[in-house]
Design a protein around this ligand. Structure first.
Ligand code: ZN
Length: 75
């Protein structure tokens, strides 16, 4: 069974403005997720922000869910 990677108290405190949610089955989303996690692990906030921008752009173009990158379904 697939279990998503979870980050518990492992990471130092880091302000994460709700990163996008990966779309299941999308390799690009998985790649963005990994890049974002790596940037956060390095404490590189600006790189994490860059990844989020690119990721949201990808979400908008590929999945049509760009602006609403929040959790919870917008109607
Ligand atoms: Zn995707």
């Amino acid at each position: 069974m697939y279990k998503p990677v979870e980050y518990e108290a492992d990471l130092p405190e880091f302000p994460t403005p709700h990163p996008p949610l990966p779309v299941a089955g999308c390799d690009d989303c998985v790649r963005y997720l990994a890049q974002h996690a790596a940037a956060e692990r390095d404490g590189d906030g600006s790189r994490a922000a860059d990844v989020r921008v690119l990721w949201r752009s990808h979400l908008a173009r590929t999945h049509g869910t760009g602006a609403g990158a929040r959790t919870g379904a917008a109607r």
